[in-house]
Ligand binder design. Structure first.
Ligand code: CAA
Length: 421
């Protein structure tokens, strides 16, 4: 494992200005609200309008990151946007962001795509670029920005959402120092969730997608655990390797999925433990489902996801933002595990240590203020917004420092920035 420190120095989020209450949506669909709130674990869902596209959300998150953390843009040598809901088959979202934020020309600028894994692909490219020395002291900005859309009256409807998380990646990992070299990966060629060209809505084999996620998680986690054991980062003992992580963050298409994922990760440890032969498969399954373990290691990371919904590439990093917002003071110096999953599919399990400056960084990030500005809309208004054509944004003034798509003219997208207050 390389010893040089590299990881996430700061982060910022952007979310659409509106949200819908999921109990209200359930009632409108004739469904028991407990199915959405308890069965899927969701409370609210971000509702976007065509002016809040993937570019606008990404640019708003980067603008907030640079402003609140006073980042010197000349320090940035790489800008990567991870997204599966880009706005053009050729021109990257990252180029729009570079232009809107007037970032220097002396940067490597591109998008990464592999369903919800695209953001992690970007993060690892940035971290390994810095760790290799090729960055020569420069930092990277990695943005995860997406709009999760399945459509009205579909099984996936309560698992939609939208938003962006921007990460500053550098040699000064105040939020999370990555354990470079320990990552475990698992990928397979499957049709669990996809979006054919020209479609706004994803196609999904919902229950199969959950199986694929859990299978890929097992492979990625076991890969990480093998390396982490070899480097004595974790060990078999009175606790399992997974239990030695202070918190574990998962890709969160809906909050209940994090609980299923945690049960699967625990099962991997319980099945592979040196003393596994002393227990029955039934006993291991029961132990894997432990609510105490889920409450201690996972639950506190889901506060933002439960209010925003699925954000595809950004979901894992929204969980990180939620966790550090709630617990950065007490987690300083402790190791987190993170599981990224993208349909199709690819997954990666990685780890990192929370920095001593995390609480100060998160105080500047002020995630709660961003969430508090949102406005709750009725199911009727949500349905109206969902039916708007993607190329016909409403004329609305963006919030100060945020961006909106204003119009598409001659196939070119034009954005406006909210005037400073
Ligand atoms: N009270 C409490 N709980 C209830 C309930 C009630 N009245 N009625 C149902 N439930 C529970 C069910 O028991 C179930 O829980 P378990 O899975 O723990 O058994 C849960 O609510 C959901 O019920 P169903 O399985 O019947 O729901 P569904 O078939 O309508 O759809 C879904 C669920 C498959 C997740 C669907 O919303 C969907 O397709 N979503 C999109 C796909 C997705 O998110 N896949 C995740 C893995 S892929 C991935 O992670 C990539 C990505 O971002 C898309």
């Amino acid at each position: 494992m390389k010893r040089q420190q590299v990881g996430i120095e700061a982060l910022a989020i952007a979310v659409p200005r509106r949200y819908v209450d999921l109990a209200e949506l359930a009632r409108a669909r004739g469904v028991d609200p407990a199915k959405y709130t308890s069965g899927l674990g969701a409370r609210e869902m971000a509702v976007y309008d065509p002016g809040e596209d993937t570019v606008a959300l990404a640019a708003s998150a980067v603008s907030r990151l640079l402003r609140t953390h006073q980042v010197d843009a000349s320090r940035i040598g790489m800008l990567v946007v991870g997204t599966e809901t880009g706005v053009d088959h050729s021109k990257p979202v990252a180029s729009h962001v570079q232009g809107l934020l007037k970032l220097p020309r002396t940067m490597r600028v591109y998008d990464t795509q592999h369903a919800c894994y695209g953001g992690t692909a970007g993060l690892m490219a940035a971290a390994e670029w810095i760790a290799s020395g090729a960055a020569a002291g420069r930092s990277a900005v990695v943005v995860c920005s997406d709009i999760a859309r399945y459509g009205l009256n579909t099984a996936g409807e309560p698992t939609q959402g939208a938003g962006a998380v921007a990460l500053l990646v550098s040699e000064q990992p105040d939020l999370l120092a990555l354990d470079v070299g320990l990552n475990g990966s698992c990928s397979m060629d499957v049709y669990d969730f996809w979006r054919p060209l020209g479609r706004r809505e994803a196609v999904v084999d919902g229950h199969y997608s959950i199986q694929c996620y859990l299978e890929a998680l097992s492979g990625a986690y076991r890969g990480w655990r093998e390396r982490a054991l070899a480097h004595e980062v974790v060990r078999w003992g009175s606790t399992t390797p997974g239990e030695q992580l202070a918190r574990i963050l998962y890709h969160v298409p809906f909050c209940k999925m994090a609980r299923k994922a945690h049960t699967q990760l625990r099962l991997c440890d319980l099945e592979d433990a040196p003393n596994a032969a002393n227990t029955t498969a039934e006993a291991r399954e029961e132990l894997a489902k432990s609510s105490a373990s889920y409450e201690a290691q996972v639950a506190s990371s889901l506060s933002l996801n439960a209010r925003v919904g699925n954000v595809y590439t950004a979901s894992l990093y929204l969980a990180l933002a939620g966790l550090l917002h709630a617990e950065s003071g007490t987690l300083a110096g402790q190791r987190l595990g993170l599981l990224s999953y993208g349909s199709g599919c690819a997954s990666e399990f990685f780890s990192g240590v929370v920095g001593a400056q995390a609480a100060q960084r998160m105080a500047r990030t002020d995630v709660e203020a961003v969430m508090a500005r949102r406005e709750r809309v009725s199911v009727e208004e949500y349905e109206r917004l969902m039916k708007l054509p993607g190329d016909g944004p409403e004329v609305l003034a963006p919030a100060p420092g945020e961006f909106r798509l204003a119009e598409i003219r001659d196939h070119k997208r034009h954005y406006v920035e909210g005037a400073a207050s």
